[in-house]
Design a binder for this molecule. Structure first.
Ligand SMILES: [Mg+2]
Length: 318
């Protein structure tokens, strides 16, 4: 049973990520935006005011599975999530290049087929560490909020990597999802920001590599980091820089968007961890009001209230 504060932080991990996604959408593929130019939530075709993009849309099926109390360490659950992604991608406004290639290569909707397709895409290009699995990892931690510390963190680390590998074969993508998901879990439970502790869950050589990457991110502002934030490492560094240089949730998301290029994804990633620290109550009300996206359609609203309802169901009785 979570406390009201823990529950608010659990909702925040999802809602703040969606808010960052919608805030960054109009700025995607543009140059950095430096202060004092304001960052504003606004429409920019094809995106409506407050509409989230693929980042949140791909997180929703993971959240829906958890809301039905399906375990993420189960091939049937993962197959169902992949099936939802394939259905979403059919008429989505945008799908990341790597994710589109992997989903198109799946013949039977199974975890094994998804992993095989992800490996084939990796082999074809020699790399597969796009930011598309980190951007959707926010809800994964919600399935592992039990108190038995050791077992739950090991299980979360394994599940985060497994969900990542449905589309992203490369180790960097899986590592990024592991450390971000562990940090989200501890932030929800304790309110503390403990990414370095999460990094120590990786093998020693990988942990050293990631600690050096975090050092570099902390030493620079998001727009001073390399523009290659379509790469999972660049995206995580920009998101981490935004988090450590901000003193509020709003400022975190604005700093993340200032990085330029893959702005919606960097802000969605930053929002998943920052939201778990600051809580859903810290998401500006004027953003919450207009937040929406797939699976919304002309007959059905799907916004912040629907996301919060799914989180409540996901964490109940855990
Ligand atoms: Mg996007």
């Amino acid at each position: 049973m979570l406390t009201p504060q823990q529950l608010d932080r659990a909702v925040g991990a999802v809602t703040a990520s969606a808010a960052g996604d919608a805030l960054g959408a109009p700025y995607e593929f543009h140059a950095s935006v430096l202060p004092p130019t304001p960052i504003t939530l606004h429409a920019a075709p094809p995106w409506e005011l407050g509409e989230w993009t693929d980042d949140t849309s791909m997180a929703v099926p993971i959240l829906q599975a958890l809301a039905r109390h399906k375990p993420l360490d189960d091939a049937r659950t993962l197959a169902a999530i992949v099936g939802e992604w394939i259905g979403w991608a059919r008429d989505a406004k945008d799908v990341g290049l790597q994710t589109r290639a992997v989903l198109a290569g799946i013949r039977h909707v199974t975890e094994d087929d998804a992993r095989t397709s992800a490996l084939a895409v990796h082999r074809k290009s020699g790399k597969s560490a796009g930011n598309g699995s980190l951007m959707r990892t926010g809800p994964v931690a919600l399935g592992f909020l039990g108190r038995s510390e050791g077992g739950e963190t090991d299980a979360l680390a394994a599940a985060a990597r497994r969900v990542s590998e449905l589309t992203h074969h490369e180790t960097d993508a899986g590592d990024a999802c592991v450390i971000w998901s562990l940090a989200i879990r501890s932030a929800i439970l304790t309110g503390a920001l403990e990414l370095r502790a999460a990094v120590s869950a990786l093998p020693v050589d990988r942990a050293a590599l990631w600690n050096a990457r975090l050092d570099a991110a902390e030493a620079a502002l998001p727009w001073e980091l390399h523009a290659n934030n379509g790469w999972v490492v660049g995206a995580l560094q920009c998101a981490w820089s935004a988090i450590v240089h901000a003193s509020s949730l709003r400022e975190t998301l604005e700093l993340a968007v200032r990085s330029g290029n893959d702005t919606d994804t960097v802000a969605a990633i930053a929002g998943s961890l920052a939201g778990a620290v600051y809580g859903a109550a810290a998401v500006p009300a004027e953003w919450v009001e207009v937040l929406h996206g797939w699976p919304a359609d002309e007959f059905r609203a799907f916004g912040a209230a629907e996301l919060a309802e799914l989180v409540h169901r996901a964490v109940s009785d855990r």
